[in-house]
Design a protein. Sequence first.
Length: 319
Amino acid sequence: MVRVAGDRQRRLEWPTDEADALRSLRMTTPSRAPAPRTPETTDDPRALAFARLLAVVDRLRAPDGCPWDRKQTLASMAPHLVEEAHEAVEAIERGNTGQAAEECGDVLMVVALLCRIAEQDGAFDLATAAHGISDKLIRRHPHVFAEVVAETAEQVVSNWEAIKKTEREEKREDASAIAGVPVALPALQRAHRVSGKAISAGFRWANPEGALAKVREEVLELEEALVGADLSQDGLPGATTAARARIEHELGDVLLAAAFLGRYLDIDSERATRSAVRRFESRFRSMETSLDVPMKSATLERLMAAWQDAKSAEKEAAT
């Protein structure tokens, strides 16, 4: 056994025998939920690796551990969770599996550290968090752990939302069909989530054509709001506060309608926008290197020609 001293003489025992390690980590399933299938082996490398991570995190938070890690609080570590999650998403979308594994490990580390901090604060621990999500997954998958039938992904989502609504009602929380989407999500991602909930609740067009027509309608309303605005310069010079507010309102409606259209097309608006930004960055860099003069000195015609060259080169590389 390797013993790591912790706060209040807490000891973490890391068994050298793999079977002992799994027994020390075994999960009990609450009696109110159907039990998942029992693993066939007792040497699951995932559990062993995760136990090693917990041992490392506990050591970092020990009295004689890392000063930086010991200084952290839930509030100070929360932004790191968001940052690491975004880095994991980027690695996954770029198809870099090695980097994706590394970034997912960073996410696991932050979660483990957050739970250890909370444990030392007397708030909750990793076991509470793990049992909580296990209970939730079992409860919200009755087609797997009970007798409910759900043969399509759409039926699964519908059942999931119905169960969540019942849970919120029992807790006397917001029971709206569109409740439960974090306000802190990136705006397009939040729009995608809210639109999906609204559609699942029955607030929907008959087909994607209706959603596309809504985008056109919102663009027209934006154009109407811009009538009379000075568009010869950036920044809407001379526009009143009311005019600016209306233009912002209509631009927001255009973006929201586009996100709703993405939902009908089964396209994640957040991911689509990230891909568009990456394409822009790639073309912009290509354009920069192709110019023989500083960008600010180049004519618009020269810039547009360089941009088209960059797009053409991108298409050729993709074929």
